[in-house]
Design a binder for this molecule. Structure first.
Ligand code: SAM
Length: 321
Protein backbone atom coordinates (compact mmCIF):
# COMPACT_ATOMS: atom_id res chain seq x y z
CA UNK A 1 0.00 0.00 0.00
CA UNK A 2 1.38 3.47 -0.92
CA UNK A 3 2.28 5.53 2.16
CA UNK A 4 -0.33 8.07 3.14
CA UNK A 5 1.02 11.34 4.55
CA UNK A 6 -2.06 12.81 6.23
CA UNK A 7 -0.39 16.14 7.01
CA UNK A 8 0.11 16.77 3.30
CA UNK A 9 -3.65 16.80 2.71
CA UNK A 10 -5.07 20.34 2.68
CA UNK A 11 -7.86 20.54 5.20
CA UNK A 12 -9.73 22.33 7.89
CA UNK A 13 -8.92 20.54 11.13
CA UNK A 14 -6.23 21.72 13.54
CA UNK A 15 -3.26 19.58 14.69
CA UNK A 16 -4.94 18.97 18.07
CA UNK A 17 -8.02 17.60 16.26
CA UNK A 18 -5.88 15.43 13.98
CA UNK A 19 -4.25 13.85 17.05
CA UNK A 20 -7.66 13.39 18.65
CA UNK A 21 -9.07 11.51 15.64
CA UNK A 22 -6.01 9.30 15.35
CA UNK A 23 -6.15 8.50 19.08
CA UNK A 24 -9.87 7.69 19.03
CA UNK A 25 -9.38 5.47 15.98
CA UNK A 26 -6.49 3.59 17.55
CA UNK A 27 -7.64 3.39 21.19
CA UNK A 28 -11.43 2.96 21.28
CA UNK A 29 -12.51 -0.59 22.10
CA UNK A 30 -14.10 -1.86 18.87
CA UNK A 31 -15.86 -5.20 18.67
CA UNK A 32 -15.87 -7.46 15.62
CA UNK A 33 -17.99 -6.06 12.78
CA UNK A 34 -18.19 -2.53 14.19
CA UNK A 35 -17.18 0.49 12.13
CA UNK A 36 -16.40 4.18 12.13
CA UNK A 37 -18.46 6.75 10.24
CA UNK A 38 -17.53 10.22 9.08
CA UNK A 39 -19.70 13.01 7.67
CA UNK A 40 -17.78 15.77 5.88
CA UNK A 41 -14.47 14.49 4.54
CA UNK A 42 -13.63 17.35 2.15
CA UNK A 43 -10.18 16.46 0.67
CA UNK A 44 -9.71 13.68 3.24
CA UNK A 45 -7.54 15.15 6.00
CA UNK A 46 -9.76 14.02 8.88
CA UNK A 47 -10.50 10.76 7.01
CA UNK A 48 -6.78 10.03 6.80
CA UNK A 49 -6.18 10.56 10.53
CA UNK A 50 -9.19 8.46 11.48
CA UNK A 51 -8.36 5.64 9.10
CA UNK A 52 -4.66 5.59 10.03
CA UNK A 53 -5.72 5.37 13.68
CA UNK A 54 -8.08 2.49 12.88
CA UNK A 55 -5.31 0.68 11.03
CA UNK A 56 -2.79 1.21 13.83
CA UNK A 57 -4.79 -1.09 16.10
CA UNK A 58 -3.58 -4.57 16.78
CA UNK A 59 -5.97 -7.22 15.46
CA UNK A 60 -9.02 -6.11 13.50
CA UNK A 61 -9.01 -2.82 11.58
CA UNK A 62 -12.59 -1.58 11.49
CA UNK A 63 -13.70 0.04 8.23
CA UNK A 64 -14.46 3.75 8.00
CA UNK A 65 -17.60 4.77 6.06
CA UNK A 66 -17.39 8.32 4.77
CA UNK A 67 -20.22 10.54 3.49
CA UNK A 68 -19.85 13.82 1.63
CA UNK A 69 -21.45 15.48 -1.38
CA UNK A 70 -17.86 16.06 -2.57
CA UNK A 71 -19.28 18.99 -4.49
CA UNK A 72 -20.75 22.46 -4.20
CA UNK A 73 -22.39 25.17 -6.27
CA UNK A 74 -20.27 27.46 -8.46
CA UNK A 75 -22.01 30.48 -6.89
CA UNK A 76 -22.19 29.18 -3.31
CA UNK A 77 -20.14 30.01 -0.24
CA UNK A 78 -17.93 26.90 -0.35
CA UNK A 79 -16.31 27.18 -3.81
CA UNK A 80 -13.71 29.81 -2.79
CA UNK A 81 -12.56 27.50 0.04
CA UNK A 82 -12.34 24.52 -2.29
CA UNK A 83 -10.21 26.47 -4.74
CA UNK A 84 -7.87 28.04 -2.20
CA UNK A 85 -7.26 24.71 -0.38
CA UNK A 86 -6.68 23.00 -3.74
CA UNK A 87 -4.21 25.73 -4.79
CA UNK A 88 -2.38 25.34 -1.47
CA UNK A 89 -2.03 21.60 -2.01
CA UNK A 90 -1.03 21.90 -5.68
CA UNK A 91 -4.11 19.89 -6.70
CA UNK A 92 -6.15 22.65 -8.35
CA UNK A 93 -6.10 20.68 -11.64
CA UNK A 94 -8.06 17.88 -9.94
CA UNK A 95 -11.06 20.08 -9.09
CA UNK A 96 -13.63 19.74 -11.85
CA UNK A 97 -16.11 22.48 -12.69
CA UNK A 98 -19.01 22.05 -15.04
CA UNK A 99 -22.68 22.99 -15.36
CA UNK A 100 -22.50 25.31 -12.35
CA UNK A 101 -21.18 22.61 -10.00
CA UNK A 102 -17.76 22.04 -8.49
CA UNK A 103 -16.62 18.45 -7.99
CA UNK A 104 -13.73 17.71 -5.60
CA UNK A 105 -14.10 13.94 -5.31
CA UNK A 106 -11.02 13.51 -7.58
CA UNK A 107 -8.96 15.33 -4.92
CA UNK A 108 -10.27 13.05 -2.16
CA UNK A 109 -9.56 9.98 -4.32
CA UNK A 110 -6.06 11.22 -5.09
CA UNK A 111 -5.15 11.40 -1.40
CA UNK A 112 -7.15 8.45 -0.07
CA UNK A 113 -6.70 6.02 -2.97
CA UNK A 114 -4.60 3.51 -1.03
CA UNK A 115 -7.13 3.42 1.82
CA UNK A 116 -10.07 3.01 -0.55
CA UNK A 117 -8.33 0.33 -2.61
CA UNK A 118 -7.80 -1.88 0.43
CA UNK A 119 -11.33 -1.31 1.77
CA UNK A 120 -10.20 0.63 4.87
CA UNK A 121 -12.22 3.62 3.67
CA UNK A 122 -15.59 3.31 1.94
CA UNK A 123 -16.62 6.68 0.51
CA UNK A 124 -20.18 7.55 -0.51
CA UNK A 125 -20.93 10.66 -2.49
CA UNK A 126 -24.26 11.85 -1.12
CA UNK A 127 -26.09 14.74 0.42
CA UNK A 128 -26.73 14.28 4.15
CA UNK A 129 -30.45 14.24 3.38
CA UNK A 130 -29.93 11.09 1.28
CA UNK A 131 -27.25 9.34 3.35
CA UNK A 132 -27.99 5.85 4.72
CA UNK A 133 -25.99 3.97 7.34
CA UNK A 134 -23.94 0.85 6.69
CA UNK A 135 -25.16 -2.43 8.19
CA UNK A 136 -22.30 -2.38 10.73
CA UNK A 137 -22.87 -1.11 14.28
CA UNK A 138 -21.08 2.22 14.76
CA UNK A 139 -18.44 2.71 17.47
CA UNK A 140 -16.96 6.02 16.34
CA UNK A 141 -18.61 8.93 14.54
CA UNK A 142 -16.99 12.11 13.28
CA UNK A 143 -19.55 14.74 12.29
CA UNK A 144 -18.00 17.55 10.29
CA UNK A 145 -20.65 18.72 7.87
CA UNK A 146 -23.91 19.98 9.32
CA UNK A 147 -23.97 23.22 11.30
CA UNK A 148 -27.77 23.45 11.30
CA UNK A 149 -30.02 21.08 13.22
CA UNK A 150 -32.20 20.56 10.14
CA UNK A 151 -29.19 19.08 8.33
CA UNK A 152 -28.17 17.01 11.35
CA UNK A 153 -31.60 15.34 11.46
CA UNK A 154 -30.81 12.56 8.94
CA UNK A 155 -27.83 11.62 11.14
CA UNK A 156 -29.97 11.67 14.28
CA UNK A 157 -32.77 9.58 12.77
CA UNK A 158 -30.80 7.13 10.63
CA UNK A 159 -27.33 6.82 12.15
CA UNK A 160 -27.73 7.43 15.90
CA UNK A 161 -29.87 4.27 16.31
CA UNK A 162 -26.86 2.32 14.94
CA UNK A 163 -24.46 3.68 17.57
CA UNK A 164 -23.20 1.21 20.17
CA UNK A 165 -23.49 2.12 23.83
CA UNK A 166 -20.17 3.75 24.76
CA UNK A 167 -19.58 4.98 21.20
CA UNK A 168 -17.63 8.21 20.77
CA UNK A 169 -19.20 11.01 18.75
CA UNK A 170 -17.04 13.92 17.66
CA UNK A 171 -19.03 17.05 16.86
CA UNK A 172 -16.54 19.09 14.83
CA UNK A 173 -17.45 22.78 14.60
CA UNK A 174 -19.48 22.52 17.79
CA UNK A 175 -17.59 25.53 19.18
CA UNK A 176 -18.49 27.59 16.14
CA UNK A 177 -20.43 30.80 15.72
CA UNK A 178 -22.65 29.37 12.95
CA UNK A 179 -23.60 26.22 14.87
CA UNK A 180 -26.40 27.51 17.15
CA UNK A 181 -29.00 24.83 16.42
CA UNK A 182 -26.40 22.05 16.37
CA UNK A 183 -25.27 23.24 19.81
CA UNK A 184 -28.93 23.10 20.90
CA UNK A 185 -29.32 19.55 19.53
CA UNK A 186 -26.29 18.42 21.53
CA UNK A 187 -27.80 20.21 24.55
CA UNK A 188 -31.04 18.25 24.06
CA UNK A 189 -29.15 14.94 23.81
CA UNK A 190 -27.22 15.80 26.99
CA UNK A 191 -30.32 16.89 28.86
CA UNK A 192 -32.30 13.77 27.90
CA UNK A 193 -29.40 11.64 29.09
CA UNK A 194 -28.27 10.15 25.75
CA UNK A 195 -24.84 11.79 25.72
CA UNK A 196 -22.14 12.68 28.19
CA UNK A 197 -19.36 15.17 27.57
CA UNK A 198 -15.88 13.72 27.34
CA UNK A 199 -13.30 16.25 26.01
CA UNK A 200 -12.75 19.10 23.57
CA UNK A 201 -10.10 19.96 21.00
CA UNK A 202 -10.31 23.24 19.07
CA UNK A 203 -13.88 23.39 17.70
CA UNK A 204 -14.47 19.66 18.32
CA UNK A 205 -16.57 18.32 21.17
CA UNK A 206 -16.30 14.62 22.01
CA UNK A 207 -19.35 12.96 23.56
CA UNK A 208 -20.05 9.39 24.65
CA UNK A 209 -23.35 7.64 24.00
CA UNK A 210 -24.56 6.58 27.45
CA UNK A 211 -28.15 5.66 26.59
CA UNK A 212 -29.29 3.94 23.42
CA UNK A 213 -31.34 6.11 21.10
CA UNK A 214 -33.83 4.44 18.75
CA UNK A 215 -36.01 6.05 16.03
CA UNK A 216 -38.79 6.73 18.55
CA UNK A 217 -36.38 8.55 20.87
CA UNK A 218 -35.03 10.50 17.88
CA UNK A 219 -38.60 11.62 17.12
CA UNK A 220 -39.00 12.81 20.73
CA UNK A 221 -35.77 14.83 20.52
CA UNK A 222 -36.96 16.24 17.19
CA UNK A 223 -40.31 17.22 18.66
CA UNK A 224 -38.57 19.03 21.49
CA UNK A 225 -36.31 20.81 19.00
CA UNK A 226 -39.31 22.12 17.04
CA UNK A 227 -39.94 24.93 19.54
CA UNK A 228 -37.69 28.02 19.61
CA UNK A 229 -38.21 28.29 23.38
CA UNK A 230 -36.79 24.79 23.82
CA UNK A 231 -33.92 25.44 21.41
CA UNK A 232 -32.88 28.31 23.65
CA UNK A 233 -33.12 26.16 26.78
CA UNK A 234 -31.03 23.41 25.12
CA UNK A 235 -28.45 25.89 23.86
CA UNK A 236 -28.06 27.28 27.38
CA UNK A 237 -27.88 23.74 28.79
CA UNK A 238 -25.02 22.87 26.41
CA UNK A 239 -23.20 26.14 27.11
CA UNK A 240 -23.55 25.64 30.86
CA UNK A 241 -22.34 22.02 30.64
CA UNK A 242 -19.31 23.04 28.57
CA UNK A 243 -18.41 25.83 30.95
CA UNK A 244 -18.13 23.23 33.73
CA UNK A 245 -15.58 21.07 31.87
CA UNK A 246 -11.97 21.71 30.81
CA UNK A 247 -12.23 23.30 27.34
CA UNK A 248 -9.39 23.79 24.88
CA UNK A 249 -8.59 27.55 24.68
CA UNK A 250 -11.79 28.58 26.49
CA UNK A 251 -11.21 32.29 25.87
CA UNK A 252 -11.93 31.61 22.19
CA UNK A 253 -14.11 28.52 22.10
CA UNK A 254 -16.46 29.26 25.01
CA UNK A 255 -16.87 32.82 23.70
CA UNK A 256 -17.87 31.31 20.35
CA UNK A 257 -20.85 29.61 22.00
CA UNK A 258 -22.11 33.04 23.05
CA UNK A 259 -21.58 34.33 19.50
CA UNK A 260 -23.64 31.41 18.19
CA UNK A 261 -26.48 32.37 20.52
CA UNK A 262 -26.23 35.97 19.40
CA UNK A 263 -26.34 34.84 15.74
CA UNK A 264 -29.45 32.78 16.43
CA UNK A 265 -31.29 35.77 17.95
CA UNK A 266 -30.19 38.11 15.15
CA UNK A 267 -31.31 35.67 12.45
CA UNK A 268 -34.74 35.72 14.08
CA UNK A 269 -34.77 39.52 14.05
CA UNK A 270 -34.48 39.69 17.84
CA UNK A 271 -31.76 42.32 18.24
CA UNK A 272 -32.81 43.11 21.82
CA UNK A 273 -32.12 39.55 23.03
CA UNK A 274 -28.88 39.46 21.00
CA UNK A 275 -27.79 42.66 22.78
CA UNK A 276 -28.59 41.00 26.13
CA UNK A 277 -26.27 38.11 25.22
CA UNK A 278 -23.37 40.51 24.62
CA UNK A 279 -24.13 42.60 27.70
CA UNK A 280 -24.27 39.55 29.99
CA UNK A 281 -21.08 38.20 28.45
CA UNK A 282 -19.13 41.37 29.31
CA UNK A 283 -20.85 41.78 32.70
CA UNK A 284 -19.76 38.22 33.52
CA UNK A 285 -16.12 39.20 32.97
CA UNK A 286 -15.90 37.96 29.36
CA UNK A 287 -13.41 39.53 27.00
CA UNK A 288 -12.95 39.32 23.25
CA UNK A 289 -9.69 38.35 21.58
CA UNK A 290 -8.83 38.99 17.92
CA UNK A 291 -10.18 35.59 16.78
CA UNK A 292 -13.56 36.11 18.42
CA UNK A 293 -13.70 39.67 17.11
CA UNK A 294 -13.03 38.37 13.57
CA UNK A 295 -15.80 35.79 14.05
CA UNK A 296 -18.18 38.55 15.05
CA UNK A 297 -17.25 40.57 11.96
CA UNK A 298 -17.85 37.46 9.83
CA UNK A 299 -21.32 37.09 11.34
CA UNK A 300 -22.08 40.74 10.73
CA UNK A 301 -20.81 40.80 7.15
CA UNK A 302 -23.15 37.91 6.38
CA UNK A 303 -26.06 39.73 8.04
CA UNK A 304 -26.05 36.96 10.69
CA UNK A 305 -27.34 34.33 8.27
CA UNK A 306 -25.60 31.79 6.07
CA UNK A 307 -28.50 29.54 5.26
CA UNK A 308 -29.22 30.95 1.78
CA UNK A 309 -25.64 30.54 0.62
CA UNK A 310 -25.38 27.10 2.22
CA UNK A 311 -28.56 25.96 0.47
CA UNK A 312 -26.95 26.71 -2.89
CA UNK A 313 -24.31 24.12 -2.00
CA UNK A 314 -26.46 21.53 -0.24
CA UNK A 315 -30.09 20.66 -0.46
CA UNK A 316 -32.09 20.41 2.76
CA UNK A 317 -34.29 17.53 3.88
CA UNK A 318 -37.41 19.59 3.27
CA UNK A 319 -36.48 20.31 -0.36
CA UNK A 320 -37.39 16.77 -1.37
CA UNK A 321 -35.70 13.54 -2.37
C1 SAM B 1 -15.60 21.64 6.89
S1 SAM B 1 -15.57 20.56 5.55
C2 SAM B 1 -14.86 19.11 6.24
C3 SAM B 1 -13.39 19.26 6.55
C4 SAM B 1 -12.66 17.93 6.70
N1 SAM B 1 -13.19 17.11 7.76
C5 SAM B 1 -11.17 18.12 6.86
O1 SAM B 1 -10.56 17.40 7.64
O2 SAM B 1 -10.61 18.99 6.18
C6 SAM B 1 -17.28 20.14 5.41
C7 SAM B 1 -17.57 19.08 4.36
O3 SAM B 1 -18.93 18.70 4.54
C8 SAM B 1 -19.57 18.57 3.29
N2 SAM B 1 -20.99 18.90 3.50
C9 SAM B 1 -21.49 19.98 4.14
N3 SAM B 1 -22.84 19.94 4.16
C10 SAM B 1 -23.19 18.80 3.52
C11 SAM B 1 -24.45 18.19 3.21
N4 SAM B 1 -25.59 18.76 3.55
N5 SAM B 1 -24.43 17.00 2.53
C12 SAM B 1 -23.26 16.43 2.18
N6 SAM B 1 -22.04 16.96 2.44
C13 SAM B 1 -22.01 18.12 3.10
C14 SAM B 1 -18.87 19.55 2.36
O4 SAM B 1 -18.95 19.11 1.03
C15 SAM B 1 -17.44 19.56 2.92
O5 SAM B 1 -16.61 18.69 2.21
Amino acid sequence: MATLDPNSIPGMIEPVERRLLYRLGSELAFEDGECGVEFGAFFGRSTAFLSLGLRARSGISPPLFVYDSFGCDAGGSFRPHVLSFAEAGGVRHLVQESHGRVDFFPVFSFYLKSMMDCGAVVATRSELADSRPPINPIRLMHIDSPKLYVDFKPILFRFFPRLKLGAAIVFQDFFYHWSATLIAAVGALLRFGYLELRETAATSLVCILVRELDEKAAAEVDLAMSSDANVLVFMDYAIEACSRMPVDRPETFLARLQLAKLQWFMERGNGARAAEVITRFFQGGGSVNQTVFNDFIELMSNSFSMEKLYRLDHKGVESGV
